[in-house]
Design a binder for this molecule. Structure first.
Ligand SMILES: Nc1nc2c(ncn2[C@@H]2O[C@H](COP(=O)(O)OP(=O)(O)OP(=O)(O)O)[C@@H](O)[C@H]2O)c(=O)[nH]1
Ligand SMILES: [Mg+2]
Length: 435
C-alpha cells in the first residue's frame, strides 16, 4: 500500500545537564567549581531526497526522536553535542502542524533542507556560577528540554498541468504518449495509485511538466477511494486537463463525469475551480455513431462543447492511443500556461516552530487564593522548580528569567498582582517586586 500523507511524532533532543563539581588538587583544600557544560540536543531536520516519491516509509516508522546532548563532566569537560536527526522526504512534501493544519514548511523548490525543531541547549556547569559572594556554587543549569510536536506530512507533486478524471479513462495512456513517463496502463480501475510526472517537450524548447493523478470518483472530497490523497496532488498544478471517456466504453455519460469531478474539486478546495481547465474527450478511435432512444445521433463531443465551452472550457477530441488530436491539446495547454504566473506554487509558512516552548508546553494556572496570595500551579512550573536550586543566587535568577520568558510574569500582572504581594508555588513563597 502506498501513502501520500502521514501523521508522525517528532522531538528534538534534550540538552545535556550542566555538571556540579569542584577542583580537587593536592594541597588545595577547597578548589573552585569546575563542572562543565552540557552538550546541545540533536535538531530535527527535514531533507528532500530525490530517490523518494511517496511517503510510504512513514507508515511503519512514525516516531522520530533526536538524541540528547551529553551532560557536562568534571574538570570543565563539556558534554558532547548530539547528532541531528535527518528525516528524508520526497520533494513536494508539505509539513503541517497536526492540530491546526497550519503549514510549518514546504519542502519544494529551493528548500531542500530545513531545521524544523531545534535541539535543547546544554545547561551551564557550575564553573560558570562562581561569584564574589558565591564561591562554591552547588547549582548547575539543567539542559533545556527538546521540542516535540505531532506533524502531518502531505505530498503534493510539483507540476504545471494535472490530468484529472474517473478511473480507466486513459490518463496514464495520455501521459505516456506525450512524455518520457511510463506509468502502468491497464484496463481496470485504479491502476495508477500514485502520481507520475512527465516532461512534455514541444518544439523549440517549449514544454511543461504534466502529472497523471490517480482516478477520482464521486465522494473523493470526502475521502472515498483515497480521494483526499489524490486531490491534494492537484493543489500545485496550474492548469487541469479533464480526461473523459467520450466513447462511453463503460456506459458513463462524459458530461456528467466532468460535472461530478468539478463538484469534488470544489468540495475539496474551492480555489481549484479557479484554475483554467480544458477537456480531453478521449477514446475518439473507439467511437462510432449511435442513436439515442429518440433516434437522434449521439454526439458526445458536441454535447461536451455545448455544456462547457460557454464556461470558457475548451473541448479537444483526442485518442491517447492513436495520437489523434493530441498535438492541438498540448499546444492549447501550453498557450494557457504562457499567460500565467510561471513561479511554482509554494505553500507559505503559517506556523513557526521557534515559537513553540521547550518541552511539551504543558499549561499552568495563575489564581488568587482567599488569603490574597497568588498561586502558580502546573506541571511545567513544578518541573522547572524541581530543576532549580532556588537557594543559590544564580538559580533564583534563572527561575525569574524562566517566569519572564514564558510570559508567566505578564499573566501575574494581568491577574492584578502588585509590588509586595506574595506568590506561592508548591510550598515556596516569594514577595513580588518588579525589577
Ligand atoms: N480505444 C482506446 N482505448 C484507450 C484510449 N486511452 C486509453 N485507453 C484504454 O483505456 C484503459 C485504461 O487506460 P489507462 O491509461 O490505464 O487509464 P487511467 O485513466 O490512467 O486509469 P486509472 O489509472 O485506473 O485511473 C486501457 O485499457 C487503455 O488501453 C484511447 O484513446 N482509445
Ligand atoms: Mg492510470
Amino acid at each position: 500500500m502506498f501513502s501520500d500523507r502521514a501523521k508522525i511524532f517528532i522531538k528534538s533532543g534534550n540538552g545535556g545537564d550542566g555538571h556540579v563539581s569542584f577542583r580537587r588538587e593536592l594541597y588545595v583544600p577547597a578548589g573552585g567549581p569546575d563542572g562543565g557544560n552540557g552538550g546541545r540536543g540533536g535538531d530535527i531536520i527535514f531533507q528532500v531526497d530525490e530517490g523518494l516519491n511517496t511517503l510510504t516509509d512513514f507508515r511503519y516508522n512514525r516516531k522520530f526522536v533526536a538524541k540528547s546532548g551529553e551532560p557536562g563532566g568534571k574538570k570543565r569537560c563539556s558534554g558532547k553535542n548530539a547528532e541531528d536527526l535527518v528525516i528524508k522526504v520526497p520533494e513536494g512534501t508539505v509539513i503541517k502542524e497536526f492540530e491546526t493544519g497550519k503549514v510549518i514548511s514546504d519542502m519544494s523548490g529551493e528548500n531542500r533542507r530545513e531545521v524544523i525543531l531545534k535541539g535543547g541547549r546544554g545547561g551551564l556547569g557550575n564553573m560558570n556560577f562562581a561569584t564574589a559572594t558565591m564561591q562554591a556554587p552547588q547549582y548547575a543549569q539543567p539542559g533545556q528540554p527538546g521540542q516535540e510536536l505531532w506533524v502531518q506530512l502531505e505530498l503534493k507533486v510539483i507540476a504545471d498541468v494535472g490530468l484529472v478524471g474517473f478511473p480507466n479513462v486513459g490518463k496514464s495512456t495520455l501521459l505516456s504518449r506525450v512524455s518520457n513517463a511510463r506509468p502502468k496502463i491497464a484496463n481496470y480501475h485504479f491502476t495508477t495509485l500514485n502520481p507520475h510526472l512527465g516532461v512534455v517537450d514541444l518544439d523549440e524548447g517549449a514544454g511543461f511538466v504534466m502529472a497523471d493523478i490517480p482516478g477520482l470518483i464521486e465522494g473523493a472530497s470526502e475521502g472515498i477511494g483515497l480521494g483526499h490523497e489524490f486531490l491534494q496532488h492537484i493543489e500545485r498544478t496550474k492548469v487541469l486537463i479533464h480526461v473523459v471517456d467520450a466513447a462511453s466504453v463503460e456506459g458513463r455519460d462524459p458530461v456528467e463525469d466532468i460535472r461530478i469531478i468539478n463538484e469534488e474539486l470544489a468540495a475539496y478546495n474551492p480555489d481549484l475551480l479557479k484554475r483554467p481547465q480544458v477537456i480531453a474527450a478521449n477514446k475518439m478511435d473507439a467511437m462510432y455513431e449511435e442513436m439515442d432512444a429518440q433516434g437522434n445521433i449521439t454526439d458526445p463531443v458536441g454535447r461536451l462543447r455545448a455544456a462547457f465551452e460557454p464556461q470558457g472550457i475548451p473541448v479537444f477530441p483526442i485518442s491517447a492511443v492513436s495520437g489523434q488530436g493530441v498535438k492541438e491539446l498540448l499546444y492549447a495547454v501550453y498557450r494557457i500556461l504562457q499567460t500565467m504566473d510561471q513561479t511554482p506554487v509554494v505553500f507559505e509558512k503559517e506556523f513557526d516552530t521557534r515559537l513553540l516552548g521547550a518541552g511539551s508546553n504543558l499549561p499552568y494556572t495563575v489564581e488568587q487564593a482567599e488569603d490574597g496570595v497568588f498561586v502558580l500551579e502546573g506541571p511545567r512550573i513544578e518541573k522547572m522548580l524541581g530543576y532549580t536550586n532556588l537557594d543559590s543566587e544564580k538559580g533564583f535568577l534563572f527561575f525569574q528569567k524562566f517566569l519572564k520568558d514564558t510570559g508567566i510574569l505578564d499573566e501575574l500582572e494581568q491577574a492584578g498582582i502588585r509590588e509586595g504581594d506574595t506568590v506561592r508555588m508548591y510550598g515556596h513563597e516569594f514577595d513580588y517586586y518588579k525589577e
